[in-house]
Unconditional design. Structure first.
Length: 382
């Protein structure tokens, strides 16, 4: 097949999970197919990349007026529409596979409709339905009732649905949100779970002299790191907390770690340091306060036999072998963690089942499922 993947940005400019996902998917698919990536990033992949114009990233500390203007411009960009339409006319792909388009506007979707090209969209978040992609205000689920979300649904969601053969989501929750919003019929929306690269795992729950919680990821409010820190302040003295990552709340994490010897802050980790992080914890905390989809870190943990403690937001309760607590509630977080740590046989059993199911979480298996979905859409179009 000839495949065109569309994404707003790529590593190293884009550091999010969706950007890393597209880069890895494009690389693997290119072993068997002709792959071209259309992106607002500068390139850097081994596969062919075509640059398309888009908006400069919105600064985190931008004032409300600047944010409102950025989101207004991000509804539809004529230059992006023309560039994507021209590229599709030259490439004539069998399928276009779109991903995150924040910063490219709805223009890739209108260009796909104009080119009449078969289209598959992977919903990495709620970006078709919410301008902030989180579907929250102040950490609370808002249901997309604010004005900016309504505009997003009218412009972006409608543009996407005007030529959309299949929607793919890594969680049932996000898939159903798109179906309920009328983006696509239920018969043309599927769930394909995340995949992770193979890694060494080990059984948990057999030595809990110092029960250890772990957090790895972006240190931001919507990710719930402040709730985790507040919860840990009331945790038993024998507990430990290991935090890895970077972000806007890094000063807060450093402050708490300096004041509490039970907290070990490791900063951003990768490679061997990341493996040491996973090996050092008994339970992975994912305390998100936004409508999380299906974070890759949950699958990476499962691959290593590490059960998770997750909030009840978005698709997180679908996490395999997870303990669920009420988001934004430090007491609920501690109570749920206590249930696991004080029942080591429960933790051990969950860990054992994860290790037995490792093949289900493998990245190559995920790629095969995506590849099969793309091939089906291409065959139907032919």
């Amino acid at each position: 097949m000839k495949l065109a993947l569309v994404t707003n940005t790529l590593p190293p400019e884009g550091r999010g999970g969706a950007e890393a996902y597209v880069a890895a998917l494009a690389d693997d698919l290119s072993d068997r197919h002709e792959v071209v990536v259309l992106t607002g990033a500068g390139g850097g992949l081994e596969v062919e990349t075509i640059h398309v114009p888009g908006l400069a990233p919105l600064a985190r500390d931008a004032d409300p007026a600047r944010k409102a203007l950025w989101h207004a411009r991000d509804q539809w960009l004529p230059a992006t529409h023309r560039a994507v339409k021209r590229a599709l006319a030259e490439l004539r792909p069998d399928v276009v596979h779109t991903h995150a388009v924040q910063g490219l506007s709805a223009a890739p979707f209108t260009a796909i409709r104009s080119a009449r090209t078969p289209h598959v969209h992977t919903a990495h978040d709620l970006g078709l339905l919410c301008a902030r992609v989180t579907m929250t205000r102040g950490g609370e689920f808002c249901g997309g009732r604010c004005v900016s979300c309504r505009v997003q649904r009218v412009v972006r969601a409608r543009a996407a649905s005007s030529r959309l053969d299949l929607l793919v989501s890594p969680s049932d929750h996000v898939r159903l949100r798109h179906v309920e919003a009328g983006v696509i019929p239920a018969s043309r929306a599927i769930t394909i779970r995340q995949g992770a690269h193979a890694a060494q795992g080990h059984a948990r729950g057999h030595d809990l002299a110092t029960p250890t919680l772990g957090y790895i990821g972006t240190l931001s409010r919507v990710k719930g790191i402040h709730t985790l820190l507040d919860a840990f302040a009331s945790a038993p003295e024998t507990w430990r907390l290991v935090v890895a990552g970077s972000g806007e709340l890094e000063p807060l994490v450093r402050e708490r770690a300096a004041a509490d010897p039970r907290i070990d802050f490791r900063g951003h980790v990768d490679g061997e340091a990341k493996e040491r992080f996973f090996a050092s914890v008994d339970l992975l905390a994912i305390p998100s306060e936004w409508e999380e989809n299906a974070p890759l870190v949950a699958v990476e943990a499962a691959m290593r036999g590490l059960p998770a403690l997750v909030s009840d937001r978005g698709g997180l309760p679908e996490t395999t072998e997870a303990e669920v607590f009420t988001a934004r509630d430090p007491r609920a977080l501690v109570a749920s963690a206590r249930r696991v740590f004080e029942t080591p046989e429960l933790l051990a059993e969950r860990s054992r089942r994860l290790l037995e199911r490792r093949a289900e979480f493998l990245w190559p298996r995920h790629v095969e499922r995506v590849e099969h979905a793309l091939a089906q859409v291409a065959a139907m179009a032919r």
